[in-house]
Design a protein around this ligand. Structure first.
Ligand code: ARG
Length: 273
């Protein structure tokens, strides 16, 4: 009995070691089995989502009921449905927002869902799905200072925090004499705002709302930045028509049967908990 026990433990150790090696390979991004068209070791197709999980209620980290870190949000629900319709297992990679287009084109991820706006520049780099949701932009500032930012003109010459590689960075660049701080993760922008290193942050309205309800001392000002590219899309590698068609079919289904609205509602509630 004891002998068997030792053998089983040894076997378990070997298996988990092997699994760990496989894992490492995947993390380095040089294992080809993460591609949508390839079969993983387990025989099931794996489809890899790239996202920047710093964007509640779109994609963000929570501690789940088991006390584990989990990436949730309505973009993630959409990704799960896309994977389901593809008959594939979903793998999620939490990446820097500004690296997503590159990751797509180098094949390290199969699709990107990350509150992505369909800008002309991105249109040149990747292929895009239909629009699945729209929202407006917001200006976040410290509570008590919102009176200073009633129109977009009041941002002239101000210190503005934005996410690196985002349309908000482009919006800030159109504001005269703006002193722009571009950061990789949105929580760092809010930290800069909180500690007085920037005057305002420009960010999507739903994300602004989640932040101001979770961080004391922040509020949304009346100034309303205009974005040229309304709406959010799923991005795939240029020329991947097969995947794009399937992504669009899933989006259509979710929009028609009311699931999309449910996901947005549920994620918005989860984001302010
Ligand atoms: N909608 C903006 C853009 O496409 C910002 C998106 C940021 N997304 C994120 N997950 N941090 O540039």
């Amino acid at each position: 009995m004891k002998k068997w026990g030792t053998l089983i433990i040894a076997l378990l150790m070997v298996t988990s070691l092997l699994a760990a090696c496989g894992q490492n390979k995947n993390n380095n991004g040089d294992a080809p089995e993460s591609g949508a068209a390839n079969n993983g070791n387990a025989g099931k197709k794996v489809v890899t989502l790239g996202t920047s999980a710093d964007f509640a209620p779109y994609e963000f980290h929570i501690k789940n009921e088991k006390g584990e870190d989990e990436i949730v949000g309505f973009d993630i629900e959409i990704a799960k449905e896309i994977a389901k319709d593809l008959g594939a297992e979903l793998q999620i990679k939490d990446l820097q927002f500004s690296s997503l287009m590159n990751e797509l084109n180098s094949g390290r991820i199969d699709f990107a869902i990350s509150g992505l706006s369909p800008t002309p520049d991105r249109q040149k780099e990747v292929d895009m799905s239909k629009i699945y949701f729209t929202a407006t932009q917001a200006v976040v500032t410290r509570a008590g200072e919102e009176g200073s930012y009633k129109t977009i003109d009041t941002l002239v010459g101000k210190k503005i925090g934005v996410q690196k590689g985002s349309i908000q960075e482009e919006i800030a660049q159109t504001i005269q004499d703006a002193k722009i701080t571009s950061l990789a993760k949105t929580q760092d922008i809010m930290m800069q705002l909180k500690t007085g290193r920037v005057d305002v942050a420009i960010i999507e309205g739903p994300v602004a709302e989640a932040y101001v309800s979770n961080i004391d001392g922040l509020t949304i000002a009346e100034a309303q930045p205009e974005a040229e590219d309304d709406g959010y899309i799923v991005a795939v590698k240029k020329g991947n028509d097969e995947l794009l068609e399937k992504v669009n079919a899933t989006l259509t289904r979710l929009m028609e049967d009311g699931s999309m609205e449910e996901y947005i509602q549920a994620a918005s509630e989860l984001a302010v908990k």
